[in-house]
Design a protein around this ligand. Structure first.
Ligand SMILES: Cc1cc2nc3c(=O)[nH]c(=O)nc-3n(C[C@H](O)[C@H](O)[C@H](O)COP(=O)(O)OP(=O)(O)OC[C@H]3O[C@@H](n4cnc5c(N)ncnc54)[C@H](O)[C@@H]3O)c2cc1C
Ligand code: SF4
Ligand code: SF4
Length: 413
């Protein structure tokens, strides 16, 4: 039984979403960078019982619940609900070029603000100008805001710190964030009528996990630039996938290609993802309205990352998500093309082993006597059947061993 936020953090279960700060108030809980370069809640005073209970009830480090059945929406045994499936990209060349992939998330954010009656979109952006390697929560109300928040930030980001402020302001808003952030918002919506009434579509992508701030620091240092001499840093975008670009304050720029950044074992940085991601049962956005991963070009059935015009795969998880895509398409914000489940599987094949082993890993952690993530409604039995007994036992053993040797332990902020 997890009784406080410190237990969530100390056992590597925190994903860094920031919703506990929003629930408890910044004067009691604020997200702070820890010694390992992750954003975690710092509890600065005794939490009143209702705030403590509410924060734990919505925390995606305590429990995540899978999608609720919706009439007419088929549920794939591995890949979850699929109300509709397409390739897609923004029809606006600036949005398409600047964004991470095809700019579908930014195009939908623009459509919802400009044409669909929403007041705001909650997402993230680079913490410019002072902390260019870091990422801040960002409330967008205009095209300029949305473009400033486009592109992927492969590092700690706590988008949900502003949720209650927006609810109190009476704003109707959408959330664009990682799948675990979306799980937290869904948990809040199950408990809070305001959150159900005011929070509109929940948009996400697939997620390969969150590395620490140390990774970005190592990347800029590999160019001979100290973190405090960086003017701008982006992981990708301005092309698809676009270069990972460091711009120093003295004007020098350094680019690294996508394949070098993520697949070259000789680079002096590693994708040091947080422990929570290793037991994540939903890195594919099953509980969002839409999940919009990269729609990589396939060659001989394998994804390749050569520069091209950006494309997403657009998976509507709910009827509401599917209807949003149709409205945005009819209004000229999105273009779509056919996509099959086989193409989706080939494009995102690295997610299959993670998806099938997450439940077993989380169970292994619990068997080691450590607090672990409660996973509900994610078709665990199907995952075990598909993975097979041997792989499931190995995954559980891996979780068990990691927890026994303390690899899940994290410092408090
Ligand atoms: C940590 C991480 C891991 C990812 N792993 C995969 C993967 O395994 N497979 C895959 O297909 N795609 C992955 N992506 C998503 C991919 O990089 C693109 O974001 C996605 O294809 C959407 O493209 P887009 O052009 O529609 O997004 P854009 O139009 O550029 O919009 C991106 C949106 O995401 C928000 N955002 C960016 N970074 C974060 C963050 N750290 N936390 C919360 N919100 C954020 C932005 O504020 C913006 O609203 C990952 C993204 C991140 C941040
Ligand atoms: S996962 Fe989110 S709600 Fe839970 S402790 Fe971490 S930041 Fe707070
Ligand atoms: S892998 Fe899962 S827990 Fe980790 S950041 Fe992505 S969605 Fe969140």
């Amino acid at each position: 039984m997890i009784r406080d936020l410190e237990t969530v953090v100390g056992n590597g279960l925190c994903s860094g979403c920031g919703l506990c700060e929003s629930v408890a108030g910044r004067e009691r809980v604020h997200m702070a960078m820890t010694a390992i370069g992750q954003l975690r809640p710092a509890v600065t005073g005794p939490l009143p019982e209702p705030a403590r209970a509410e924060a734990l009830a919505v925390c995606p480090g305590v429990e995540v619940r899978g999608p609720e059945a919706e009439p007419g929406v088929a549920v794939h045994p591995v890949w979850g609900p699929v109300a509709s499936l397409a390739r897609g990209w923004s029809t606006d060349p600036e949005v398409r070029h600047h964004s991470s992939s095809g700019g579908v998330l930014s195009a939908l954010a623009l459509y919802m603000l400009e044409r669909d009656g929403l007041d705001a979109v909650l997402h993230v952006r680079a913490a410019l100008p002072d902390r260019p390697l870091e990422t801040d929560a960002h409330v967008s109300r205009s095209r300029a805001d949305v473009l400033a928040g486009a592109q992927s930030r492969y590092g700690p980001a706590a988008p949900l710190v502003h949720v209650h402020r927006l609810l109190e302001d009476g704003a109707r808003f959408a959330v664009v964030a990682k799948p675990c952030d979306v799980s937290a918002v869904r948990a809040l919506q199950r408990r809070d009528a305001r959150a159900r009434a005011q929070i509109g579509p929940l948009l996400t992508s697939y997620c390969g996990g969150v590395p620490s701030l140390r990774m970005a620091e190592k990347i800029v240092r590999s160019h001979g630039v100290e973190p405090d001499a960086v003017a701008e840093f982006r992981f990708r975008g301005d092309g698809w996938p676009g270069p990972m670009r460091t711009t120093a304050r003295d004007g020098r720029t350094f680019d690294v290609t996508y394949d070098t950044a993520w697949y070259d074992p000789t680079v002096p940085w590693t994708y040091d993802m947080q422990f929570r991601c290793k037991i994540c049962p939903d890195a594919i956005g099953e509980v969002a309205d839409l999940s919009c991963p990269d729609g990589w070009v396939l060659r001989d059935g394998e994804p390749i990352h050569l520069e091209a015009e950006g494309r997403n795969i657009v998976i509507a998880r709910t009827g509401a998500g599917s209807a949003l895509v149709e409205r945005a398409r009819a209004a000229g914000y999105l273009e779509t093309a056919a996509c099959t489940m086989a193409e989706l599987e080939a494009t995102e094949r690295d997610h299959l082993p993670r998806k099938l082993s997450a439940h077993a890993r989380a169970t292994g952690v619990r068997l080691a006597g450590r607090p672990s993530l409660r996973i509900r409604g994610y078709r665990s039995a199907t995952a075990v059947r598909r993975a097979g007994a041997r792989r499931t036992v190995l995954a559980a053993w891996g979780g068990f061993q990691r927890a026994r040797r303390g690899a899940n332990r994290e410092p408090q902020p």
